[in-house]
Unconditional design. Structure first.
Length: 176
């Protein structure tokens, strides 16, 4: 007969598990914010973090000498509580939300590529133009605004008069 106490009773102090889960979650959240939006793909940053940590919550990297189901459940609970807490804080205090949550980055403004944002996200002109083609747009001059969204996708707002390029400044020259 299995020893149910050994399976379900925590093998590591619950306080230690809470500290390990908290430190790991907050450290990875900060690191993923530094990496940039493009790396998270189609998932939101917090979604990605929760999936990765929850899947790894029972591993020895987080739990040290832990060996029971209860240890893993305490860690998963800690991670989920922090996820909801950060979302609630970002919702309640928008200024804090600007730090905790990624914002859209403008890649094209009035037909001109935003090289600074592209450098920050390690995106080449060819990658941006490729995304435009997926939206049926051949030339950045036809775009009023294009944003790299927090989930890694690119949203595009075409010009109202797509045939008339912006005359306030030169558009990005075509690549040779």
């Amino acid at each position: 007969m299995p020893d149910w106490g050994a399976i379900f009773a925590p093998s590591v102090p619950v306080g230690e598990l809470l500290v390990r889960g908290t430190v790991t979650f907050l450290a990875l959240m900060a690191l993923l914010r530094l990496v940039g939006q493009r790396e998270s793909g189609g998932l939101g940053l917090t979604d990605l973090l929760v999936v990765v940590l929850a899947a790894d919550a029972a591993s020895t990297g987080l739990t040290g000498d832990a060996a029971t189901i209860a240890d893993g459940l305490v860690l998963v609970g800690t991670i989920l509580v922090w996820s909801v807490t950060l979302d609630a804080l970002a919702y309640r205090w928008p200024r804090l939300g600007a730090v905790l949550k990624a914002r859209p980055r403008p890649l094209i403004q009035d037909g001109r590529l935003n090289r600074r944002a592209m450098r920050r996200e390690f995106m080449s002109r060819e990658e941006v133009v490729s995304q435009l083609r997926l939206h049926g747009i051949e030339d950045p001059a036809m775009v009023h605004r294009a944003y790299l969204e927090p989930n890694g996708t690119i949203s595009i707002i075409a010009r109202k008069d797509a045939s008339a390029p912006d005359t306030t400044g030169p558009a990005e020259p075509p690549a040779a």
